[in-house]
Design a protein. Structure first.
Length: 677
């Protein structure tokens, strides 16, 4: 449990109802049980802000960027930087909340908030919020799993299969006297009692008889999962009854017919095969080696000079690149650094050439001091990309480090990424649309609209990603950051899934709770901190398909740059995606089934897993075996001209100042944390 700051004064119990009422207006709190809302409110504390003091600074990414505030007293003004001047855009007074997005993920503050008079706010920290959300979700999931374990008819299910059902149950409330099921009706669902009591009645030739009394944790109607035979009795609540309900058609769509599950082979060989499928390959023993990186630098005289950086690391996958003399140590690997390929907040990717063989690779360089606060992402990327071996997943050949940087050596993907392709292929078209007074499309005026790439081209890319996700999920890896910028294109035109910084291995069918991804692409269960598994990748695939076909994100229209507006739309069951008229019915159906808000009902999470996605009619023309073997001709070859984005990156690289030097203490911390990299 995260600790409160020293000398922090918690919100007084008499203030809890008011704070709870204020927070209930927010996206993250609207769907929470009142008991959980109260637990979170009880962990909030007061902070005094003097007149003129800045509570939030625009662009801040420090500690203050992970807090939500509710105004207890005083007044604040909200300022945004516009054309170099701070403009007041809003005011916050008693009961107002701000900073909600900081509870979801770390991002720079979008505005400055300053006190115009002495004020007090109640503070809720992200770590506290995520802790209680995870604790609650794990407890509820464990409770449902425990209930399912008590049902003899479900004894043949594995733990993984029962956890899949945890996401599939619906909560329903029944008033006293209103029958839940009636004797003689077809069986279509199974019920577990969470709260309340009910009586079971049975009609016989001699009259109606009470045959059972049901309490919390009791269940009824379980045979409806096996057959639709008529109900043998009626169930009627005598108090308010809260039940978890699992419909048979939902059960079958997720796991297949129960009868088949009960009859399947239970041999040791079958169990071993399943475990082997989910296990990671493992990297084998590390092979320490020395790496020399030759880097061109501009000298003070204005000319170019070569800088040689020595690094140490593991070259497990590049034995063919090294000259190994019998009985002697491994010769250093010499890499000559070339043009920049891309970069992010903490990394830079460039072309490197292995001096001895002339083979080219992509070298990802990360400043240790920039990633030392989240080393788990770096180690996950290192371990996962070292162990993956699939034609549509990026492959790591070596990892090493010098005094200031970490390095990963990857396949060279010289064709750019899917965003480059989308920018090149997207265009504005005119289309007649029947609307308003124009009831017939043939008479309606043409409307301008953006169109992405053609469906045949998108199908090639999306099918390749389906195969990559199928492989990763079979090895219990969740990718978590699917977007066009992370799908790279090789020289032939094939794609590879890259940038595994957010990828994670899920052990023993467990869930993870960390918010990862890009706001427009994240799944509802990720936003709401409900815990998730590979379900988020199939959601991301649906968003990606929409983006490739339309040139815009599904939850950003009507247009908004506010990530909270986007995420509200993502979790809102009543907010519907708008499809442009040029999309084929099959494409719209596939997108809709991937963007199913309930993860247990999402395509890719049903009984057939990835096979269900492959069988969708939008993929009817795909030869999956030939595609995975790369025996098909890519429909688009990479173009020779560099994209505008890459040109800008290369220009910025030339202008960039040298990175700041770390202190001795910072270097020591980095050395300790990344000793095993």
């Amino acid at each position: 449990m995260p600790k409160l700051p020293a000398n922090a004064v918690k919100a007084a119990p008499e203030d809890w109802p008011f704070i709870q009422e204020c927070l209930a207006k927010l996206l993250l709190f609207d769907k929470l049980e009142p008991a959980l809302q109260q637990r979170l409110v009880a962990e909030m504390y007061e902070r005094k802000v003097l007149a003129g003091e800045i509570l939030i600074k625009e662009g801040d990414t420090g500690l203050g960027a992970s807090e939500l505030y509710v105004v207890k007293a005083g007044e604040f003004e909200v300022l945004e930087r516009r054309q170099g001047v701070n403009m007041r855009v809003n005011r916050k007074m008693h009961g107002d909340c701000f900073g909600e997005v900081s509870l979801i993920y770390s991002c720079p503050r979008s505005a400055t908030v300053a006190a115009t008079q002495d004020a007090v706010v109640w503070v809720l920290e992200r770590d506290v919020f995520r802790h209680f959300m995870r604790e609650t979700q794990e407890r509820e999931a464990s409770q449902v799993e425990l209930f399912l374990n008590s049902v003899p008819l479900l004894a043949s299910l594995s733990r993984e299969e029962k956890l899949a059902l945890v996401d599939a149950v619906d909560k329903q409330v029944f008033a006293p006297g209103v029958r839940v099921i009636n004797q003689g009706d077809p069986g279509d669902g199974f019920y577990i009692i969470l709260e309340g009591e009910a009586v079971v009645y049975q009609n016989t030739p001699t009259g109606t008889h009470k045959v059972n009394h049901l309490f919390k944790a009791d269940f009824f109607g379980e045979r409806a999962l096996l057959t639709d035979e008529p109900r043998a009795a009626s169930v009627e609540p005598i108090t308010r009854l809260v039940c978890l309900v699992l419909a048979r058609d939902t059960f079958v769509s997720i796991l297949g017919p129960l009868e088949a599950l009960m009859a399947r082979e239970k041999s040791v060989a079958v169990v071993s095969q399943r475990l082997a499928r989910l296990a990671s390959k493992g990297a084998g023993p590390h092979m320490p080696a020395e790496v020399l990186i030759k880097r061109r630098r501009r000298s003070r005289s204005g000319g170019d000079a070569w800088e040689v950086v020595r690094a140490r690391g593991h070259l497990d996958e590049v034995q063919a690149l090294r000259s190994i003399a019998a009985g002697k140590d491994v010769a250093p690997l010499v890499l000559v650094e070339g043009a920049v390929l891309g970069g992010g907040a903490f990394s830079r990717v460039s072309i490197v050439t292995e001096e001895a063989t002339g083979r080219q690779y992509a070298l990802k360089r990360m400043r240790k001091a920039a990633v030392v606060q989240c080393p788990e992402h770096v180690f996950c990327e290192q371990a996962i990309t070292r162990n993956t071996a699939h034609p549509f997943c990026i492959r790591q050949y070596a990892s090493f480090q010098d005094k200031y940087h970490l390095y990963l050596l990857f396949d060279l993907m010289s064709g750019g990424d899917l965003m480059d392709v989308l920018v090149a292929e997207a265009r504005v078209i005119r289309r007649r649309i029947a609307q308003g007074a124009w009831r017939r499309a043939c008479l309606a005026p043409k409307v301008k609209m953006l169109k992405g790439m053609e469906e045949d081209l998108a199908r090639f890319y999306i099918a390749s990603i389906v195969l990559a996700l199928d492989y990763l999920h079979a090895h219990a890896i969740v990718y978590r950051d699917l977007k066009p910028e992370n799908v790279f294109i090789d020289q032939q035109g094939f794609v590879k899934l890259g940038d595994f910084g957010f990828a994670k291995v899920l052990e023993s069918a467990n869930r993870t709770y960390t918010f990862c991804g890009t706001p427009g692409y994240v799944a509802p269960e990720n936003v709401l901190a409900h815990g998730y598994n590979t379900s988020v990748d199939w959601w991301g695939l649906g968003v990606l398909l929409y983006v490739l076909l339309t040139g815009r994100q599904p939850f950003s229209s009507p247009k908004t740059d506010d990530p909270m507006v986007v995420m509200r739309r993502i979790v809102d069951d009543n907010w519907h995606i708008k499809y442009p008229p040029y999309l084929s019915p099959a494409a719209k159906d596939l997108i809709a089934r991937l963007l199913e808000r309930k993860p247990a009902r999402r395509l890719g999470m049903l009984a057939g897993k990835a096979a269900d996605v492959k069988r969708h009619r939008w993929f009817d023309s795909v030869d999956w075996g030939a595609l995975e073997a790369r025996r098909v001709e890519p429909p688009r070859k990479p173009r020779d001209d560099s994209s505008k984005r890459l040109k800008e990156l290369q220009e910025n690289e030339k202008k960039q100042k040298r990175e700041p030097k770390e202190t001795a203490e910072e270097l020591q911390e980095c050395e300790m944390i990344f000793a095993d990299f």
